[in-house]
Write a protein that binds this ligand. Structure first.
Ligand SMILES: C[S@@+](CC[C@H](N)C(=O)[O-])C[C@H]1O[C@@H](n2cnc3c(N)ncnc32)[C@H](O)[C@@H]1O
Ligand SMILES: [Zn+2]
Ligand SMILES: [Zn+2]
Length: 695
């Protein structure tokens, strides 16, 4: 591996990967379902990691676009990913014939990857699903029965709920609607019909998007349907007109919710919005009673872990969501408990694990933080759509087992997640040039076997482990490549969010751990602490990497301190940066406000070798010239760049100039100076436009 690899040179065609990556990002879960069997945050694009791996293994004169669609068998080459997440590097390495070692500190991530890449038997999985459907599934479906407008029995697709609080002035209950329009199409500009709730009599009726006056057909009450009592942080009491702070009124006690409407699926297959009826309320009360009875008998499989205060958990705790079970209503807890108990009865272990992972994914869509996206799309907006834990004032309760027209239910996710994973494992495809459908099969099927950790790795073996990657237990100089994607500073608080799922895995376990948080998790709002933790993992990577091995990782940060922290960690761990390449990043829905105007659409691939006494650092001027040339290449590929995009490309290139960590301080100055005189100011001006013009 001593001769230069393609990824070390400027010939590495990052534009090609960016273009393909953009196509993959539209429908990641369809193109590479294997990494989408369960929720994880900041999943990277498989296309980009296939490209990185190929770039690390192929010689400098290789033709990547052509090699990308070839079958490969890099047997005898071992890749290690110390920050595995959902397993993107590991799966892509396996497809290319490498041996792959994946480790992550979070058990929620590792268990999902074990399911996606480990043994799965399609026949046993289908059989288990059928048995669940006839058993717990049947029982759960009865919890969501109601009547349509003609009083015929029907399934409920969704119940609509609203958070309530008592007015601090008059003490009466206020429904915290932000709008009385509770259902609209996901594209209201295309389909303007909306559903409105009458605040006076509770009737549900049709209106159209944008209307500011509505009259209830039942009671004639006239009102502005867009204006509910809740207005941002404040609410106005409909009884006494007092304006009050919602958080103060809630006072840290988990607020109650009121059911007000439902969407039913009639026997003729049509959907119908209706107000919730007294029978619906009785049905719900029966569920609550049954949950209490099951709990009294010790049969309720619901979490008993409490939230630990943190950046994200604090958002929920302010509203009095203190236990993970507070995130669900009683019917959700009952249905989930019935389902989980039935799954734990499955005899075949891999099948049981796969179903438990699927079940865990269902939690994300079936809780009080989920909301209604509207029709014309997957109807349920899951709780993590913004990487935060902010309580929802108008939650939606979906049918946990599901109907053929449901979204986010167990039976739907069985098809859209688990069966898709099985198909992909049999014939792993690559995104093709048109991006319309998943294209060509260029790899052997997945082996579906896992090898023990830390052994010598046979060709194409996969080994996974859960733990801190600053100590891996791997032998010195045993891996050829480290390919990874470290956490970006404090962008995502993985373990705080993952604890929502973890609480359901620890049901019968009263012993610690009570959380997936770990003091060694690389994630910190303090730059020095972040850098130290990252350095510890990179040092371990250096120890296990062969002397002629490569370390390649992606990084993405807008602030100077994020780059300085990275530079310090890399250099102090004993690496030298050989090159860097900009590449399309996955579309992040959780763009912090500070970046919204200048979004970063690029990840930087940083390529390193072990630092040696003879390392030659690049001259700053040369690095700037290379950076600008890369910007020009992106521009000729049709890309529109924000100021932050330009910055990160230059930051990435400046890494190659560093011989010691303290030089990282000059980063910002260099970049700012360069931006002031950049010969490509037009790039900076056109910021918020899409990455590539639509094909
Ligand atoms: C940016 S994510 C990786 C995402 C991954 N590339 C994907 O496509 O899903 C970073 C991961 O590092 C893990 N992590 C953080 N600190 C760690 C440590 N000390 N040891 C091992 N894993 C760690 C987190 O749990 C998280 O899954
Ligand atoms: Zn009042
Ligand atoms: Zn009315």
């Amino acid at each position: 591996m001593n001769s230069p690899r393609l990824i070390e040179t400027n010939a590495f065609p990052f534009e090609f990967l960016s273009r393909l990556g953009k196509r993959e990002s539209w429908r990641k879960e369809v193109h590479r379902p294997i990494y989408h069997v369960h929720k994880w945050w900041a999943k990277r694009l498989g296309t980009v990691f296939r490209g990185i791996l190929l770039g690390c293994a192929l010689p400098e004169d290789a033709d990547l676009p052509q090699q990308f669609y070839q079958r490969h068998a890099f047997s005898g080459v071992t890749v290690f990913d110390p920050f595995m997440g959902s397993g993107t590097t590991i799966g892509e390495a396996h497809k290319l014939g490498f041996s792959a070692l994946g480790r992550d500190i979070n058990p929620v991530a590792v268990e999902s990857v074990r399911v996606a890449l480990g043994p799965l038997d399609r026949r046993k999985i289908r059989q288990a699903f059928d048995e669940l459907s006839h058993g717990a599934g049947e029982t759960i479906r009865t919890l969501y029965l109601s009547e349509d407008s003609r009083r015929r029995v029907c399934d409920v697709l969704y119940y609509f709920w609203v958070m309530q609080t008592a007015c601090p002035e008059c003490g009466r209950v206020v429904d915290l609607f932000s709008s009385y329009i509770f259902a609209k199409n996901a594209r209201p500009d295309k389909k303007a019909a909306v559903r409105i709730l009458c605040p006076l009599c509770g009737q549900v009726f049709c209106g159209f998007y944008g209307q500011t006056r509505a009259a209830c057909p039942s009671c004639d009450f006239a009102f502005n349907p867009e204006l509910g009592p809740a207005r941002g942080r404040m609410a106005v009491c409909g009884h006494c007109n007092a304006e009050f702070s919602i958080l103060d009124a809630i006072g840290g006690k988990r607020p109650p919710f009121r059911m007000y409407a439902k969407l039913v699926l009639r026997k003729d297959g049509k959907k119908e919005y209706l107000p919730s009826s007294p029978a619906d309320v009785r049905n719900y009360v029966r569920c609550s009673r049954r949950l209490r009875e099951e709990a009294a008998k010790g049969n309720a499989a619901v979490p008993n872990l409490t939230l630990q205060y943190g950046h994200n958990t604090g958002q929920a705790m302010k509203y009095g969501f203190l236990r993970w079970s507070d995130f669900f209503n009683d019917r959700q807890l009952l249905a989930l408990s019935l389902l989980r108990s039935a799954i734990t009865e499955i005899a075949d272990d891999p099948t049981k694990e796969a179903m438990l992972t699927l079940f865990s994914g269902v939690l994300e869509f079936n809780n009080l933080f989920a909301s209604y996206k509207g029709e014309g799309t997957g109807a349920v907006r899951h709780m993590f759509s913004h990487h935060i834990l902010k309580p929802e004032r108008m939650p939606i309760e979906a049918n946990v087992w599901g109907t053929p027209k449901s979204s986010g239910s167990f039976s739907n996710l069985f098809r859209s997640r688990l069966l898709r994973v099985l198909d992909y494992r049999d014939s792993p495809t690559e995104v093709n040039g048109t991006g319309r459908a998943s294209g060509r099969v260029c790899s052997q099927p997945f082996s579906g076997t896992l090898h023990p950790w830390s052994d010598s790795m046979p060709p194409r073996a996969i080994a996974l482990s859960c733990g801190d990657s600053s100590t891996t237990g791997l032998p010195d100089k045993s891996v050829d490549l480290v390919v990874t994607d470290p956490p970006f500073f404090d962008n995502v608080h993985y373990s705080e969010l993952a604890d929502f799922f973890f609480a359901w895995r620890q049901l019968s376990n009263t012993q610690p751990p009570r959380s997936t948080r770990d003091k060694n998790e690389v994630q910190d709002s303090n730059a020095d602490r972040f850098s130290k933790k990252l350095r510890a993992v990179l040092r371990e990577c250096r120890r296990v990497l062969k002397d002629d091995g490569l370390l390649a990782f992606t990084y993405h940060h807008s602030r100077n301190d994020g780059w300085k922290a990275l530079a310090d960690a890399v250099i102090e761990a004993g690496f030298a940066v050989v090159n860097s390449h900009p590449v399309k990043s996955e579309m992040s829905v959780a763009t912090p406000k500070s970046q919204a105007k200048e979004p970063i659409q690029l990840d930087i691939i940083v390529v390193c070798r072990k630092a040696t006494a003879t390392n030659v650092c690049v001259d700053v001027q040369d690095a700037m010239t290379s950076g600008k040339e890369k910007l020009r290449r992106l521009q000729s590929a049709g890309m529109r760049l924000s100021r932050n995009d330009i910055k990160v490309v230059l930051y990435g290139q400046l890494l190659t100039t560093l011989a010691n960590a303290s030089e990282a301080d000059t980063f910002a100055d260099c970049v700012e100076r360069e931006l002031a005189v950049t010969p490509i100011p037009a790039l900076a001006a056109r910021h918020s436009l899409p990455l590539f013009p639509d094909d």
